[in-house]
Design a protein. Structure first.
Length: 311
């Protein structure tokens, strides 16, 4: 029994020395107690909620910042057309085969029209409830999305329709900022409104750091982030580990099966069935909500704009 106590004591001492060494090397740093970085995956947002509840007990509600992605994390398209996986497919066509009959031309313009016409659904039925549970703890909760500000109206419409709101849990001034701003030098214009940061596809770590600075927000003791894209989680971890802030990075996997099942042929057929009606709506009512003018096949391709779905 005595030998077991000695071994346990030595083991505890070894772990303490190891953690101290790692912290000194910048791997495990913390602003509140012994909060350490965490990188996990989950298909259930309730797991993220549970993590936040534990961190609030450890660090206090004012020292925890929670960040949610939107696409394929909180909300998903009702169909493959216009989804993140559709966007990635079109991005690859833009690089590999712009003369493909499936290429929509300006994918940003096409996606804006699809966002306008299409609805979204929560990635899980109790998603809004889980976010609200965190907000009810008194924790600051925001959304950082790669969407650009051109999609602002469509984004807020679908968040509101599905029961998500970040306005009362946001950092910074009430309502955010009325005008777009450049978060980093030589970056792209972004917008922060009602707790939603539209970053236009920029590095989420640098964007979040810039937002904390702009809003004069105290550096949190820990950041909890849920995002379906590992590169976004890596970006936040990269930025804030250098600042000594641990990140609990949760890769949300609830939409992985739908992403894997994406059918380009089906999405192409869907686009071709709605493209002309969308163009007709724009022709009658104007390009206030979306503009498909640039969503055409490049002129150097052998397809005519009509054959390519240019309308």
């Amino acid at each position: 029994m005595e030998n077991k106590k000695i071994i346990s004591a030595l083991l505890f001492l070894f772990i303490a020395v190891l953690l101290t060494s790692c912290a000194r090397d910048g791997h495990l740093t913390s602003h509140a107690g012994n909060i350490l970085p965490l990188a996990m995956s989950t298909a259930d947002l309730a797991v993220v909620t549970d993590d936040v509840e534990q961190l609030v007990e450890q660090a206090g509600k004012d020292r925890v910042l929670v960040v949610f992605d939107i696409d394929n994390t909180l909300l998903a398209m009702e169909q493959g057309l216009g989804s993140d996986q559709w966007y990635d497919w079109q991005k690859s066509l833009a690089t590999d085969d712009q003369c493909s009959g499936q290429y929509v031309g300006d994918r940003f313009a096409a996606q804006g029209a699809i966002y306008f016409a299409s609805a979204m659904r929560p990635t899980q039925a109790d998603g809004p409830t889980q976010v609200r549970r965190i907000q009810d703890l008194g924790v600051k909760v925001i959304s950082v999305t790669s969407r650009g500000m051109d999609y602002r109206l469509q984004t807020f419409r679908e968040l509101r329709r599905n029961g998500f709101s970040f306005s009362f849990s946001a950092i910074g001034p009430a309502g955010g900022y009325a005008d777009p701003f450049m978060p980093v030098e030589n970056g792209r214009l972004s917008r922060y409104e009602d707790g939603v940061f539209l970053t236009a596809g920029q590095h989420k770590g640098r964007m979040l750091e810039a937002l904390l600075s702009k809003t004069d927000t105290r550096m949190p003791a820990v950041i909890v982030m849920a995002d379906d894209k590992q590169n976004n989680l890596d970006a936040v971890e990269e930025t804030f580990s250098a600042l000594g802030v641990p990140v609990h990075a949760w890769r949300y996997t609830g939409e992985d099966d739908n992403v894997m099942a994406f059918d380009p042929a089906q999405a192409d057929a869907q686009w071709k069935s709605v493209e002309n009606p969308l163009r007709q709506i724009q022709q009658v009512f104007g390009p206030d909500n979306y503009d498909l003018t640039s969503a055409v096949t490049p002129p150097e391709c052998s397809h005519s704009t009509t054959e390519a779905g240019g309308g």
